[in-house]
Design a protein around this ligand. Structure first.
Ligand SMILES: NC(=O)c1ccc[n+]([C@@H]2O[C@H](COP(=O)([O-])OP(=O)(O)OC[C@H]3O[C@@H](n4cnc5c(N)ncnc54)[C@H](OP(=O)(O)O)[C@@H]3O)[C@@H](O)[C@H]2O)c1
Ligand code: HEM
Length: 469
């Protein structure tokens, strides 16, 4: 492709969703182009149909033959359409915008079909919805013909799209992969949360319906028992999100270096803390909703002394709803501590929203993610202890241990305990100095990996959590 054409003639092949969104941008920026369609006379339908109405639409042969750049806004399986004008395509730039998982890559097919054309891959990472927005999405351009790449980068800039030169055509596969990935990084966290959930569902159901002295009626499963399960999963996820950070801090303390070689599983665990934090936020929200529905003398009679007052129920009449039924200080404290924990969790979540996190300085970010995270964990443990303790005090140790509230606290307790130790002034200062690199990077030769290379572990906060919302 010769680079002389500063105003190349542009054809968008197809009149579908993507073609119309791209056409709308060309129109908005006053860049001339035309559509190529199998049926130019057809009345357009769908979103942005006016773009077609107001633009020139030619038949496929004419549109392609008269253009320098042909943007193939059609599905890959219809590329055969171009064979009609094959002889007129030599030296033209063909732009593959397709994303179709599982099939032969579009640009590879085009390269085989039209070896004399400058094949490029571009625009595929932008959805038609994003393309229609004023602030255009960033697009990538790759292709083996450098001049063709430059022409497309200039064209993208002319229609207000920040464009990145993505190098050789072979990189197009990565561009497609980027689009076709389904929730990258969420596989392991989902699996971990599923295992935790399975454990709590089985355990809490057995406990509620079999192991208790006064088993619940099965009718209590959808909300009452489910609320315990959801609370327990949320508390476990929260503990799991903060525990590995504390563990790393202890290992760094022991080694006197921030560069420690960790077992692979800990590395992976560190990598999924954000997702675990997000799961904790979602489940805690569900727990709050269910709790707000349940909080009443019928479900928590011990939090309402008037409601269990024998006199009120002596003749079988329910307590007067307008009467002086108030919670005990224990009930109120459980709710207060839970609500404070929830607020802390929500604040951590908000702080990770891209717009907010960009505005935070490093110290502010650390403060929210690390100290607020610790506060959230501490408040959660206090909330559950306050809920469980009045019952635990009347039970033997062997009856307390298998309760949902006690078991759900094991990991949060361990993490809070480790954090409290790390907060002691001498250790806190030492960890800070180790992490700022004051101590020798290679203080402990035992920390080198099998390959002799030391790995830099997360040097963020002591057990920081960032929730990607
Ligand atoms: N939609 C997006 O957000 C998006 C984002 C990135 C990339 N893409 C890619 O853009 C391409 C087009 O996607 P789209 O969403 O715009 O699809 P679409 O709405 O289904 O439009 C496809 C167009 O292809 C044309 N076409 C040519 N031969 C055809 C045939 N034999 N049967 C049916 N249609 C035929 C049709 O236009 P005529 O009837 O006028 O010929 C039709 O409007 C795909 O490769 C897709 O992977 C789409
Ligand atoms: C970070 C947020 C929270 C977490 C992780 C959490 C976790 C827990 C856990 C593990 C339990 C023990 C379940 C049991 O006793 O079997 C519990 C109980 C309870 N929580 Fe929360 N909680 C949170 C916030 C809240 C809030 C904001 C409220 C108030 C609306 C609340 C209300 C309750 C109630 C009423 C119970 C007793 C449930 C029952 O035993 O049936 N929690 N919570």
């Amino acid at each position: 492709m010769a680079e002389d054409s500063s105003h190349p003639r542009i054809c968008i092949l197809g009149t579908g969703e993507f073609a119309r969104a791209l056409g709308a941008r060309f129109r908005r920026y006053g860049v001339p182009f035309w559509f190529g369609s199998r049926d130019p006379a057809r009345r357009p339908t769908g979103l942005l149909k006016e773009v077609i109405e107001k633009s020139t639409v030619k038949n496929v042969e004419e549109a392609c033959t008269e253009s320098d750049i042909i943007i193939l806004a059609i599905h890959r399986r219809h590329y055969g359409l171009l064979e009609r004008c094959e002889t007129h395509l030599d030296d033209k730039i063909l732009v593959d915008v397709s994303n179709e998982p599982g099939s032969e890559l579009g640009f590879e097919r085009l390269a085989t079909m039209f070896p004399k054309c400058a094949i490029t891959k571009a625009f595929n990472t932008a959805s038609s919805r994003a393309m229609a927005l004023d602030e255009g999405p960033c697009v990538y351009v790759c292709g083996n013909d450098e001049a063709a790449r430059r022409v497309l980068l200039r064209m993208a800039a002319r229609i207000g799209l920040p464009a990145v030169d993505y190098g050789r055509l072979g990189n197009g596969g990565a561009l497609e992969e980027q689009v076709n990935r389904l929730f990258p990084g969420w596989g392991w966290p989902c699996l971990v949360v599923m295992v935790i959930s399975a454990f709590w569902i089985v355990f809490a159901a057995c406990r509620a319906f079999k192991l208790r002295k006064n088993p619940y009626s099965p009718e209590r499963l959808p909300t009452n028992v489910a609320n315990k399960i959801v609370g327990a999963i949320a508390a476990t996820c929260l503990g799991m999100a903060y525990f590995p950070g504390c563990l790393v801090a202890f290992v760094q303390l022991a080694r006197g270096s921030k560069n420690v070689d960790l077992p692979k599983i800990i590395d992976q665990w560190l990598g999924i803390r954000q997702q675990l934090g997000l799961f904790a936020l979602i489940l805690a929200t569900l727990h709050v909703i269910l709790s707000l529905v349940l909080i009443s003398p019928a479900y928590f009679p011990h939090w309402y002394p008037e409601a269990i007052d024998g006199k009120r129920f002596a003749n079988g009449t329910p307590p007067d709803p307008l009467g002086p039924i108030r919670m005990t200080w224990i009930g109120e404290t459980v709710i207060l501590l839970g609500a404070l924990a929830m607020v802390a969790l929500v604040l951590i979540g908000i702080a990770t929203l891209p717009a907010i996190s960009r505005s935070l300085g490093w110290r502010e970010w650390r403060c929210v993610q690390s100290h607020m995270g610790f506060a959230c964990l501490l408040l959660t443990t206090c909330h559950v202890v306050m809920r469980g303790a009045p019952v635990w005090l009347n039970k033997s140790v062997k009856d307390v241990i298998p309760t949902v509230s006690f078991l759900s606290l094991l990991l949060p307790w361990l993490t809070v305990g480790m954090r409290l130790v790390l907060y002691t002034p001498c250790l806190y200062r030492r960890v800070a100095r180790i992490r700022s690199g004051e101590f020798s990077k290679y203080a402990d030769s035992g920390s080198a990996g099998k390959d002799g290379i030391k790995k830099e572990t997360d040097d963020g906060a002591v057990g920081d959590l960032s929730i990607v919302v």
